[in-house]
Write a protein that binds this ligand. Structure first.
Ligand SMILES: Nc1nc2c(ncn2[C@@H]2O[C@H](COP(=O)(O)OP(=O)(O)O)[C@@H](O)[C@H]2O)c(=O)[nH]1
Ligand SMILES: [Mg+2]
Length: 405
């Protein structure tokens, strides 16, 4: 499963973001992690369910598929609430080592920034607007870069010697050093191929500055990042603007404003049947007798989500990470391409997230390794056209896999 890390300085709202994203009103499916740690959980991307399409409606007799909620599918992804990042983490300060260790498993990082400017660089509460959140963005990247740079630098001599004695490629040796960061040899190779200043053949003349640039490029490639401008409900408008402007002008990580607290309040209220609300909805209905205080609180949240282009931003961030940053597609395997169901008649029973470029055969492997092994061909259930094993899946594909039994 995809793993996304939630990281940032203390008190930026990481745990609130984690709680909000992992609180599901309906138990959609149990996806236990092999090791259950309290800071790991399941969040969901939200997509339109194919059962809503007219042609499919007709084929299945006008009913819902039973696996979506109000026409939306929630497909699970792993989420990790990482320890707060403090200054000097790369030297092991605070929970520095733990923090960095946890990041290893993550494909992407949601950097939660307190956009309200109400916490200082170490996470202490200060007056709203008195801390510049741009500093947090820089500080975070600096720590990540220094972490990777530190590993490379510490081992550089040894690495050089090994390269000469054994003739091993520099990218292989670097990836061995950086295995703890979760970087692959392929990623390092791409970094070196694309770099204008780093000549692989001349690694012996690389300066400290070169190694720093290398570290920067490696972390950028191996961990896709997005900035959650959190506490947008209380943040001065100019802070959000500053964060967005910096990101655009320097072509850096996308900034999406959000309010983890608002999302948490809405999901909790939905769970308690006080409102009808689905994660990511741009509005909600108050469904129950509520106290004046509750109503006021809810109306404040409504104002906020209307002002912020419909939504608290939390679901939007999860979807953006998976579909845009990491470039995944959703695919639905079926056994009966006419009824869009499995062998016992369950309509569109499963949804899988696969890296764009994955094939019908990869999907078969996701269903079961046996089915992948004995794959013959696939059929696009919408068009009934036959697909070869190399056919790359498109987002929202419904696929029947034919295999030898
Ligand atoms: N106004 C507002 N407060 C928030 C938001 N998210 C978190 N907080 C508050 O910020 C404080 C720190 O939140 P927490 O999630 O524990 O931060 P962490 O240390 O990064 O895990 C708590 O008092 C939260 O209630 C938000 O979106 N809006
Ligand atoms: Mg926390």
């Amino acid at each position: 499963m995809i793993t996304i890390a939630i990281a940032g300085k203390p008190n930026s709202g990481k745990s609130s973001f984690f709680k909000a994203s992992t609180l599901a009103d309906v138990e959609i499916a149990a996806y236990p992690f092999t090791t259950i740690a309290p800071n790991t959980g399941i969040a969901y991307v939200k997509v339109k369910c194919p059962c809503q399409e007219e042609a499919i409606q007709q084929a299945i007799g006008g009913e819902g598929c039973g696996n979506c909620i109000d026409g939306y599918r929630f497909v699970p992804v792993g989420l990790l609430d990482v320890a707060g990042l403090v200054r000097g983490a790369h030297e092991g300060r605070g929970l520095g080592n733990e923090f960095l260790d946890e990041l290893r498993q993550a494909e992407a990082i949601i950097h939660v920034v307190d956009a309200s400017g109400g916490t200082d660089v170490d996470g202490n509460v200060v007056d709203i607007g008195s801390h510049n959140p741009l500093e947090d963005v820089d500080f975070f990247k600096t720590e990540l870069n220094l972490w990777v740079y530190g590993i490379i630098k510490r081992n550089w001599r040894k690495l050089e010697r090994k390269a000469e004695l054994e003739g091993t490629k520099i990218e292989r040796l670097l990836s061995e050093q950086l295995a703890g960061v979760g970087v692959t040899e392929e990623q390092i190779k791409m970094v070196l191929l694309e770099s204008r200043s780093l000549d692989r053949a001349n690694y012996r003349s690389w300066t400290d500055e070169d190694l720093k640039n290398l570290a920067y490029a490696i972390i950028n490639r191996s961990k896709r990042m997005l900035i959650a401008a959190n506490k947008a409900d209380i943040a001065p408008e100019e802070n959000i603007k500053k964060l967005k402007d910096k990101s655009e002008s320097e072509d850096e990580e996308l900034v999406i404003p959000c309010s983890a607290e608002a999302e948490l309040a809405l999901r909790t209220a939905a769970k308690n049947k006080i409102i009808t609300y689905l994660p990511g909805d741009s509005d909600f209905e108050i469904a129950h007798e509520v106290t004046e205080k509750q109503r006021k609180g809810l109306e404040r949240i409504r104002e906020f989500i209307h002002a912020y282009g419909g939504g608290t931003g939390v679901q939007n961030i999860i979807n953006h990470v998976v579909f845009d940053l990491l470039d995944y597609v959703v695919a639905y395997p079926v056994e009966d391409e006419h009824k869009f169901s499995d062998s016992v008649g369950r309509i569109l029973p499963d949804a899988f997230l696969l890296k764009r470029g994955s094939t019908a055969r990869d999907l078969a492997f996701s269903v079961h390794s046996d089915i992948g092994e004995s794959f013959l061909y696939a059929v696009n259930a919408r068009t009934k056209l036959r697909l070869g094993e190399k056919h790359a899946l498109e987002d929202n594909d419904i696929i029947k896999v034919v295999y030898t039994r």
